[in-house]
Write a protein that binds this ligand. Structure first.
Ligand SMILES: NC(=O)c1ccc[n+]([C@@H]2O[C@H](COP(=O)([O-])OP(=O)(O)OC[C@H]3O[C@@H](n4cnc5c(N)ncnc54)[C@H](OP(=O)(O)O)[C@@H]3O)[C@@H](O)[C@H]2O)c1
Length: 319
């Protein structure tokens, strides 16, 4: 295994999922590291295709890999596209992790998501609560696939001595988020709905669920910074939570988003929509011991996310 710190400078670095919210933040952050960046547009390499992934790794042989490609979505997408969430995420994790090992990648980081901890695990969620109880049923297929990815990383580390590491980001928001009306995560959904309500002069916006669940939100550029920090300075089999260590109710959060967007109407709550896990806050003490803390305040992050939303809806992506 490579010694620490693991230098990125001058290395070939592959960001899988570079057009996604996390992948594009990693690409922005890696610009400061003077790496040779490698990416795979989906129309060239579908990461579910084992032969295509192997052929690409055999030719390009990246030295470091950030595995930020996944089929991702909010409660509705996770709960309705259950087969796709299981198949796509199992295939992507399995193909990329195995090819990275076979083709000699020096280091790999696999990204999970805090929604894969057991539904009723004690809060704040510690890394060792993984697999200690039943999962949230609405996203069980996604969680099972991500847990399989974590286990692959652990197994390739222990059996082959591969320098592969696992990280567990909390809920993210920021540039490049998915604003799909049905399939988005809560932050993007609220930015969009409050913005549209403001433009339409609507008197009330109904927020999904009761508003009582507590959630933690991390600005995606902070996540990218944490990932680079851990890639350089961490090498162990234990996974590492990445979050702010602070949570807020969905109702309070909705008020912050509404104020940022400039929506002044009423905020209601549609209790017929599912709430999901009652509380989700990561214990970030391991990350703090490793020398990293989030730096973007929620109000600042939401302001930046809203600016990005406005530019993205005016200039939609080319495809
Ligand atoms: N968003 C969050 O709040 C959050 C929270 C915690 C953890 N994470 C983790 O962060 C990672 C990235 O999430 P994200 O929010 O950045 O998701 P995203 O914006 O949906 O991006 C996912 C990326 O994966 C690519 N991808 C998906 N299926 C692919 C396939 N079959 N072949 C090739 N590329 C494929 C997508 O390519 P296209 O651009 O072609 O679609 C996209 O670039 C995931 O592992 C997720 O679990 C996200």
């Amino acid at each position: 295994m490579a010694s620490l710190p693991f230098e990125l400078r001058g290395k070939t670095v592959y960001v899988a999922g570079h057009r996604g919210m996390v992948g594009s933040a990693l690409v922005r952050r890696l610009a400061a590291e003077h790496v040779e960046l490698l990416t795979t547009p989906r129309n060239e390499v579908d990461l579910r295709d084992q032969a295509a992934v192997n052929a690409w790794f055999a030719t390009r042989r990246p030295q470091a890999v950030f595995l930020a490609a996944a089929k991702v979505g909010g409660i509705v997408a996770n709960n309705t596209l259950r087969a796709e969430f299981l198949y796509d995420n199992l295939a992507i994790a399995s193909n990329v992790i195995h090819a990275a090992h076979v083709h000699g990648a020096e280091k790999l980081m696999f990204l999970g998501s805090s929604c894969i901890y057991p539904k009723l695990a004690p809060q704040p969620l510690r890394e060792d609560s993984m697999l200690t109880g039943p999962l949230e049923p609405t996203n069980e297929p996604y969680a099972i696939a991500k847990i399989a990815g974590f286990k692959m990383v652990e197994a390739y580390r222990s059996q082959y001595g591969a320098d592969f590491i696992n990280v567990m980001p909390t809920n993210l928001y920021g540039r490049g988020d998915n604003y799909h009306p049905e399939y988005s995560h809560v932050v993007a959904a609220l930015i969009r709905r409050f913005h549209e309500a403001k433009v339409a002069g609507a008197k009330e916006v109904a927020v999904w669920g009761t508003g009582t669940p507590r959630r933690e939100f991390l600005y995606v550029d902070d996540l990218a910074d944490a990932c680079i920090h851990l890639m350089k300075n961490y090498s162990d089999s234990e996974l590492v939570n990445i979050g702010t260590g602070e949570d807020i109710t969905i109702a309070e959060f909705a008020r912050v988003v509404a104020a940022t967007v400039g929506y002044t109407g009423e905020i209601g709550f549609d209790a017929s929509r599912p709430d999901g896990t009652p509380r989700k806050l990561l214990d970030v003490s391991r990350l703090a011991k490793l020398g990293w803390r989030a730096s973007t305040k929620l109000e600042d992050g939401i302001r930046l996310a809203y600016q990005a939303y406005l530019s993205e809806i005016r200039e939609p992506a080319e495809c």
